[in-house]
Unconditional design. Structure first.
Length: 433
């Protein structure tokens, strides 16, 4: 924990009255305590106390207090409420970090990479829908084009919300560079510059909170739900990945047109663990309505359905748009920012350690020719299949330790809860059996 930065001193300098000490649980939910600035020094030293079992962590009422120790380097002063500072926290119990917690898991993988002189840098593309305040429909009733991607009129009708979000990122130094209307009606995406994996994960977590908060100011609701509407493209969270040795991009081949051998081995690690990674990158029952969806009214799903890699072709799981990074297109809007980076880094490090071969590059159109691939190249069809793949993954079990059984326990409970739910479709199709 960094103690050279005094949150109490920063509060005096910046006029911060309260701090949100925030952590992200295994299901991606953000938990926080609102702490007055007068008490932040003690919280920075000892952490804010929580009953861990009351959130989505594998704990019980018999466990001792959980302490969230704020990382002062993650501090964000809320642009829309500057008297409040948000800080990401690491979870501790019994005087030790909680291995089965998302931010700690990512920091552990970052430390593993550092041991071999590598740093992962990531960028994320967060897609979301702007809905009516009750969450039942797209807020903009005029947003109804069959191909709404990059729709200028629909984008500018949401100018106030989009620019308030972008202005906030500008003020925070995130270097946002573009905002657009995405492929579904009511859907938007905002991009900011890539950086260190932990910094990007913190910003990703904060972005979700910020987008929801600013939308609420405007009487709207933001959702990152993977597939909120069956006929529209779902919310993805594409992740751009590169590995660095100091100031040198280890994936870039100087003067060459192809990725380095290290990059291909890293991709090979992801290919090797793809079915298990899906349990983290597509973490909800609803997620599988996105990655296994038929083409929508716009003509595409913008989501993979296979374990393949390619060049600049958006129908595959891994795309290489430039010879200095790759884009992993698997994750959706529900992904936990920390578990996404942690699991991808764990799989990639395995690829490097074992010189994993990603297999031949494929350049076919997966939406029209994907059925020609063998079954082994298909992604899991549902959350249960993905959880079973994760349970059988020695690679991720070895890398992520106690996080795996904790995640499997809670997510299996969620799946079982879903299977007990009776749907109208079942009644419609089975009542007269």
């Amino acid at each position: 924990m960094t103690m050279t930065i005094s949150l109490a001193e920063i509060a005096k300098e910046k006029g911060i009255k309260y701090f949100l000490i925030s952590y992200t649980d295994l299901f991606g939910a953000q938990r926080a305590k609102l702490v007055p600035a007068s008490a932040i020094a003690g919280m920075q030293k000892n952490g804010a106390g929580f009953a861990g079992f009351a959130t989505w962590l594998d704990m019980s009422p018999a466990d001792p207090d959980l302490f969230a120790r704020p990382d002062p380097e993650s501090l964000v002063q809320l642009p829309w409420k500057p008297e409040v500072g948000w800080v990401a926290a690491d979870l501790w119990m019994n005087g030790a970090p909680v291995e089965a917690s998302p931010r700690v898991a990512l920091k552990n993988q970052i430390a593993r990479a550092a041991e071999i002189g590598l740093q992962m840098k990531t960028g994320v593309e967060c897609e979301f829908f702007l809905l009516s305040s009750d969450g039942q429909s797209i807020a903009d009733t005029a947003d109804c084009q069959a191909k709404p991607c990059y729709d200028q009129q629909a984008l500018m009708r949401r100018y106030d919300v989009v620019t308030e979000l972008c202005d906030a990122m500008l003020s925070l130094g995130w270097k946002p560079y573009q905002n657009d209307h995405e492929d579904a009606n009511g859907q938007f995406e905002m991009n900011w510059e890539y950086d260190d994996a932990l910094l990007t994960a913190d910003r990703h977590a904060f972005f979700k909170y910020m987008a929801k908060s600013i939308a609420e100011k405007h009487g709207l609701r933001v959702t990152f739900m993977p597939k909120p509407f069956t006929h529209l493209t779902g919310n993805g969270c594409h992740m751009h990945v590169s590995m660095w040795k100091g100031d040198t991009n280890a994936f870039a081949n100087p003067g060459g047109q192809d990725l380095t051998a290290e990059a291909l081995h890293f991709i090979g690690g992801i290919i090797n663990s793809a079915d298990a990674l899906t349990a983290f990158l597509n973490p909800t029952v609803n997620s599988y309505k996105r990655i296994n969806a038929p083409r929508t009214t716009s003509g595409a799903t913008w989501a993979p359905n296979s374990v393949t890699w390619t060049g600049n072709n958006r129908t595959h799981m891994i795309r290489v748009p430039e010879p200095d990074r790759f884009e992993l297109r698997l994750a959706d809007g529900a992904v936990n920012p920390y578990l996404m980076a942690a699991s991808v880094l764990a799989a990639g490090l395995d690829g490097l350690a074992n010189a994993r071969d990603p297999g031949p590059r494929s350049d076919i159109n997966m939406y029209t020719e994907g059925s020609t691939l063998p079954a082994k190249n298909k992604l899991p069809l549902n959350l249960l299949d993905a959880l079973r793949a994760l349970e059988g993954s020695a690679v991720l079990k070895d890398a992520l330790g106690q996080l795996i059984p904790a995640y499997l326990k809670l997510k299996t409970g969620e799946w079982n809860d879903f299977t007990r739910h009776l749907t109208q479709w079942e009644r419609d199709t089975t009542l007269d059996c």
